[in-house]
Write a protein that binds this ligand. Structure first.
Ligand code: C5P
Length: 228
């Protein structure tokens, strides 16, 4: 099964408090975006990589992804994550009958094994994503008051890459945009259609880099020899 990977890196990363979009920040000598791209570069199923970046960073991104041989396009993203994904989807050729992977460039420690697991599950079921069990007890809170405690056994934290048969993701996105729904990940758009989404084991290393503390944590792993 062949796959196209869309790397979304068009967020401003305001929670990081840095002066650059977070995908361009350095982790052990490589920007997060390049590290993420290199994981897909070595994943056997992945044929093409599309990077979605802030409009004013397209030239910078092309330069830093120069060594990525599978790079097919660098495009400008949109206001919301789903707008950025849509721009990436436009670069997948009509009639492509493989799996489309959508990955947060802010998860630079993803590895090829996880990518291949997602591709296989998405090819079999239609949609798949990596998840981690939730270790904390989770409450629903409104205005500082606890409304209820959720059943932890049924909760999982969603990671990326999320994988989909191309036609399924296109239908799910068309429906979400038609219904004016904001989705926080691609699987949510597919769930709305009632289509099955397979959960596969995620990885603690595949954490999303959101804050300066997350970046320091990842730096520690890279220094300790974590796979790039
Ligand atoms: O904001 P959040 O951390 O959820 O973003 C997850 C990923 O989506 C990041 O890699 C970010 O760059 C990307 N994103 C995007 N376009 C947006 C918002 C987020 O590509 N408008």
């Amino acid at each position: 099964m062949s796959a196209v990977a869309i790397l979304v890196a068009a967020g401003r990363g305001e929670r990081m408090g840095a002066d650059r979009p977070k995908a361009f920040l350095d982790l052990g000598g490589q920007p997060l975006l390049l590290r993420s791209a290199l994981a897909f570069e070595v994943a056997p199923s992945v044929q093409h990589i599309v990077a979605v970046v802030p409009e004013d960073e397209t030239d910078v991104a092309r330069g830093l992804l120069d060594s990525v041989t599978k790079l097919a396009a660098v495009v400008a993203g949109g206001a919301r994550r789903q707008d950025s994904v849509l721009e990436g989807l436009k670069r997948v050729p009509d009639g492509f009958d493989g799996v489309v992977l959508v990955h947060d460039a802010a998860r630079p420690l993803v590895d090829a094994e996880l990518i291949e697991n997602v591709v296989a599950a998405a090819a079999a079921v239609g949609a798949a994503l990596p998840v981690l069990a939730v270790v904390d007890t989770v409450k629903r809170v409104r205005d500082g008051r606890v409304l209820e405690t959720l059943d932890r056994c049924e909760l999982a934290a969603a990671q990326t890459p999320q994988g989909f048969r191309f036609d399924l993701l296109v239908s799910a996105y068309e429906a979400a945009f038609r219904d004016r729904v904001t989705v926080t990940d691609e699987a949510m758009a597919v769930e709305r259609l009632g289509s099955p989404v397979q959960a596969v084991p995620g990885s603690p290393r595949n954490r999303k880099i959101t804050t300066a503390e997350d970046l320091a944590w990842a730096e520690g792993l890279v220094q300790a020899g974590a796979p790039a």
